[in-house]
Design a binder for this molecule. Structure first.
Ligand SMILES: [Zn+2]
Ligand SMILES: [Zn+2]
Length: 363
């Protein structure tokens, strides 16, 4: 934050208190150039400095306001303007209050007004299966997007032609009207509706894009989806969003992963849950049964005395984690299968099992 509301306006301009109007003007011009947004691109404080400087200049170049400031400091300006300064911590805040959007600054045909527009990011949803989550997959996504025009490279100009000065605003990018303001008559300005502030217009638009700088293209984009993704994961494909205009950067494409439900498996993190039927005799005696896993048949080891509803683990038959590592497990809930129909021989065997059981309890 800039807690510098008490900075001296003469100090900001770098002139002595008895400086002449022309000294003030030339001090402003040379300093304003240094911190102008077109020159000081990389100075994060550039805009703040520029506003501070311009505020100081606006006050000190006006005889009446300079007099109020000399006599009473900012308090004098506050009285003159009828503005409460509480809550403002910097001179550049005051700039906004005093001059707001209606101030024409002499250097303001800055780069940010030349129509440079960055392309927006785009999103697509791509549905994959659990098997794709296991192995990863390559997808081709067909996409309509607004790309930077290949003919004019986003300038909107017919190749070989140049921008010309906007005749509506005479190149200033702004239209002025005067109004009564807090310091008497003030010039209020609006952005020129024709050139939208750029001060320049396209005289011969690009034939391909009609001057828009972007064109619709239908593209097939290769996307590599890694193993272990979750529903809702976003994969970024750089530079495949909407195209930038007049030097703006191109956005990115975000592929949002959706995972189709699988009736056989339920996913929890890297583990998969499933069910398997086990014959009651296999459950009682213990056995190895073949069951289905995501990558083909797997062996389920059923221990002796397995109960209905028991959950058995098949190690390493789950899913891989997103950024590499060991696969999770498959957890199998056991449904014990009771035979509906028995042959005469099977019945006999089960009856003798029952006999044995009785003998055992009698003992
Ligand atoms: Zn074009
Ligand atoms: Zn204009």
């Amino acid at each position: 934050m800039h807690n510098d509301i008490n900075r001296d306006l003469y100090e900001i301009l770098g002139v002595p208190r008895n400086a002449s109007p022309s000294e003030i003007k030339s001090a402003y011009r040379s300093r304003a150039r240094e911190c102008h947004p077109d020159v000081a691109h990389d100075d994060p404080d550039g805009e703040h400095k520029f506003k501070e400087l311009t505020f100081a200049y606006e006050i000190l170049s006006d005889e009446q306001k300079r007099g109020e400031y000399d006599a009473f400091g900012l308090e004098g300006l506050r009285r003159g303007a009828g503005v409460d300064f509480n809550g403002f911590s910097s001179i550049s805040d005051l700039f906004d209050i005093f001059f707001g959007g209606g101030f024409t600054d002499p250097f303001s045909r800055g780069s940010r007004r030349r129509g440079r527009t960055d392309g927006r990011d785009m999103e697509v949803v791509e549905a994959i299966t659990l098997s794709d989550v296991l192995d990863g997959t390559e997808r081709e996504i067909e996409l309509d997007r607004r790309a930077t025009c290949s003919e004019c490279d986003g300038t909107g100009l017919m190749p070989g032609t140049h921008m010309s000065t906007c005749s509506t605003c005479g190149g200033s990018g702004q239209m002025s009207t005067s109004r009564r303001g807090i310091f008497g008559t003030m010039i209020s300005t609006q952005t020129c509706p024709r050139c939208r502030g750029a001060g320049q217009v396209i005289s011969e638009p690009c034939a391909r894009c009609g001057g828009a700088g972007v064109e619709k293209v239908n593209e097939t984009i290769q996307v590599s989806i890694p193993p272990g993704v979750q529903r809702g994961d976003r994969l970024r494909v750089m530079g495949k969003g909407e195209g930038g205009v007049r030097g703006g950067s191109t956005g990115d494409l975000h592929v949002i992963v959706d995972i189709e439900p699988d009736s056989r498996f339920e996913r929890q993190g890297t583990d998969l849950y499933t069910r398997a039927e086990v014959d009651m005799v296999d459950a009682a005696l213990g056995s190895r049964v073949e069951i289905e896993s995501l990558d083909g048949p797997a062996e389920l080891r059923v221990p002796e005395g397995t109960q209905p509803g028991a959950v058995l683990k098949v190690k390493g038959k789950g899913l891989p984690p997103r950024y590499g590592g060991r696969r999770g497990d498959m957890l199998v809930r056991v449904d014990v299968r009771v035979p509906r129909k028995l042959s005469a021989r099977e019945k006999k065997i089960l009856q003798s099992y029952l006999e044995a059981r009785k003998e055992k309890t009698r003992r």
